[in-house]
Design a protein around this ligand. Structure first.
Ligand code: CA
Length: 237
């Protein structure tokens, strides 16, 4: 099987969208099994080995959130991308807390779905994100990272992070007190959809700036180590 190919379960009650998704993902080389409701999805998951699930949250019979919890109880490591109808933070946070690996808000762009899916599949195949490895939850003061979800919290508040922010923060936390070089970050980003190294290098400053703002209320500081890179360290009181 080619690296990017996978067996996907698509759970979507909207027939037009389900068919469009199936056609596009088959065209991309994936094997696709469609399901029209939660009960069908559960039956298929019990009898079929899938690499990832695309799961609509608004489903008849058994809703998507229940299917997601059901999946997490049985297939802890199965990557799940949820489709949420509203742009509500509630739905996304609830979904991510229930163990979704990523989400897309409808209406979404097919290219973005494919990019997210590839990224999710790639992560699930990395040993560090594989379900068989029990990763510790990383904590630094009020900041807590769970690499399995992946999700970060400040105290009890989920920290909204993009995929690249997440990767950057993970690197910094894993190497707290040590310098993380620009090259390390760019290497971790490499392979992210639409990322060229030149753009990545410029974007890094922007992402560092964003993370600093998101960590502003914590006791953590991202120090710019001139010529070397960045270091996460305790903010001097
Ligand atoms: Ca629906």
């Amino acid at each position: 099987m080619l690296a990017g190919m996978a067996h996907l379960l698509i759970v979507e009650d909207d027939e037009l969208l389900r068919d469009a998704l199936s056609a596009q993902l088959k065209l991309a080389g994936h094997t696709v099994t469609p399901a029209a409701d939660g009960v069908q999805a559960q039956a298929l998951l019990e009898g079929t080995r899938c690499d990832a699930v695309i799961l609509d949250l608004g489903l008849p019979k058994v809703n998507g959130m229940e299917v997601l919890r059901w999946i997490r109880q049985r297939l802890a490591a199965l990557p799940v991308l949820i489709l949420t109808a509203r742009d509500g933070v509630d739905d996304r946070v609830q979904g991510l807390n229930a163990g979704a690996d990523d989400y897309l808000t409808k209406p979404f762009n097919m290219a973005e779905l494919q990019a997210r899916l590839q990224s999710m599949l790639r992560r699930s195949r990395l040993p560090a994100f594989g379900g068989t490895l029990e990763l510790p939850t990383n904590s630094l003061g009020r900041l807590r990272l769970d690499a399995k979800l992946p999700l970060a919290w400040l105290g009890d508040e989920p920290l909204e992070l993009t995929q690249r922010e997440w990767m950057l923060l993970s690197l910094l936390v894993a190497n707290a007190g040590q310098v993380v070089s620009r090259e390390d970050v760019l290497a971790a980003w490499q392979g992210e959809p639409g990322e060229s190294s030149a753009a990545g290098s410029n974007a890094l400053e922007v992402y560092i700036h964003r993370l600093r703002r998101k960590l502003a209320d914590t006791e953590l500081n991202i120090r710019n180590v001139r010529g070397l890179g960045y270091m996460l360290e305790p903010a001097t009181p």
